[in-house]
Design a binder for this molecule. Structure first.
Ligand code: IDP
Ligand code: MG
Length: 151
């Protein structure tokens, strides 16, 4: 199996509900290695670039507000971004995260345990995790400079 890198973001609902430590604990227990971590202010441009594949979705504008912390009173749009590395890292982290829709996410996954759908229809699903190798490569390069990632 290939050694992969994958991007994780603790989304604003996760940060606001104090789930940062729990998320890192689950990732730690998965056996993967943390190779980059930083608090970063999510600019409008970064948010739109990150989610550009979803720009035609009806929930897109709210998704941009969500990831920038506008629904959770996050100071300066700050977010914790992480890169984990290891065998099969992308699928492993997706399994820890659970399905996109919190109502469909399996019990015991981060999203299954802690995600919710707001009355406005917004998915609040605690973390972002890259979905496939192409996405992961694009996202890691978008959020981190090369020298911010340990060799
Ligand atoms: P993923 O985060 O599991 O990879 P994507 O389809 O890439 O899921 O969607 C990105 C994010 O957009 C989701 O995590 C969620 O926050 C939001 N989202 C996706 N689908 C919906 C939807 O049907 N309604 C509301 N928000 C959605
Ligand atoms: Mg995705």
């Amino acid at each position: 199996m290939a050694i992969e890198q994958t991007l994780i973001l603790i989304k604003p609902d996760g940060a606001a509900r104090r789930l940062t430590g729990l998320t890192i604990d689950r990732l730690d227990a998965s056996g993967l290695e943390m190779v980059a971590a930083k608090m970063i202010s999510v600019t409008e441009a970064l948010a739109r670039e990150h989610y550009k594949a979803l720009s035609d979705k009806p929930f897109f504008e709210n998704l941009i507000k969500y990831i920038r912390g506008e629904f959770h009173g996050i100071k300066d749009h700050r977010i914790l971004a992480l890169v984990y590395r290891g065998e099969n890292a992308i699928k492993t982290v997706r399994a820890v995260a659970g399905a996109t829709n919190p109502e469909a996410a399996a019990a015991g996954t981060i999203r299954g345990s802690f995600g919710r759908i707001t009355t406005a229809g917004q998915f609040e699903n605690v973390i972002h995790a890259s979905s496939d190798p192409a996405d992961a490569a694009r996202e890691v390069a978008l959020w981190f400079k090369k020298d911010e990632i340990l060799p």
